[in-house]
Unconditional design. Structure first.
Length: 213
């Protein structure tokens, strides 16, 4: 039997991405998100218009998509309810976000130089993808509750860095899916490719109805 339902969010399961970008003053921002999907060497990112990551990406056209493993959930959680924006946008303020400048340090991750873009890679993340902005798309046109709040940004991956032990035997240009254990976000909770919840999520402390406009 099916029952009609009206969830506040529809996060049925996507990988967590730590996006590094360059702030206006030259410092670096690091932000966790999970509205991302790939097709070939393009990635579509769903981001809030008011976020520091979105503003940095629109201004510079560059970012790094760092993929944490399911063993790095604590690093992601440490910056889950922080923002590089000051003042904190109203939508994040009511959800308990605070301004934080030292994102890499707080997460316990090490910024290392990229090859093709200015933002750094997160050394400890098993996969890092340098990318450039290709196109943007506004979302929810005509919806008075959502219009102007979020947008889709398509980026073109320029360079992929992967930990050597993730590569297939005899084929250094292929990730072995049996060796890769991504961190997955489902309905605000952290999961991996194994049974059971991995860790208590900081974002899960936000009541789901607060995601409604």
């Amino acid at each position: 039997m099916h029952q009609e339902t009206n969830p506040a969010i529809l996060y049925f399961g996507t990988p967590v991405v730590l996006i590094s970008t360059t702030n206006p003053d030259g410092s670096y921002n690091l932000a966790p998100m999970s509205s991302a999907w790939w097709l070939g060497w393009r990635c579509l990112l769903g981001l809030a218009v008011a976020s520091r990551t979105t503003q940095n990406l629109l201004r510079t056209g560059e970012c790094v998509l760092n993929l944490p493993s399911d063993g790095q959930v604590a690093a992601v959680n440490r910056i889950a309810r922080t923002t590089g924006s000051d003042p904190v946008p109203d939508g994040k303020r009511v959800r308990g976000y605070t301004h934080l400048r030292e994102k890499f340090e707080t997460a316990g991750l090490t910024p290392v130089p990229s090859v093709t873009v200015a933002p750094p890679r997160a050394l400890e993340c098993p996969v890092q993808m340098e990318a450039r902005l290709e196109t943007t798309l506004p979302l929810a046109a005509g919806d008075p509750g959502w219009e102007g709040r979020s947008m889709a940004l398509a980026v073109h991956v320029q360079r992929v860095h992967a930990r050597a032990d993730l590569l297939a035997e005899g084929d250094p240009d292929r990730i072995d899916p049996d060796r890769w254990h991504p961190l997955i976000m489902m309905f605000q909770q952290f999961y991996g490719l194994r049974p059971g919840r991995l860790h208590e999520s900081e974002l899960a402390k936000i009541p789901e109805p607060q995601y409604r406009p």
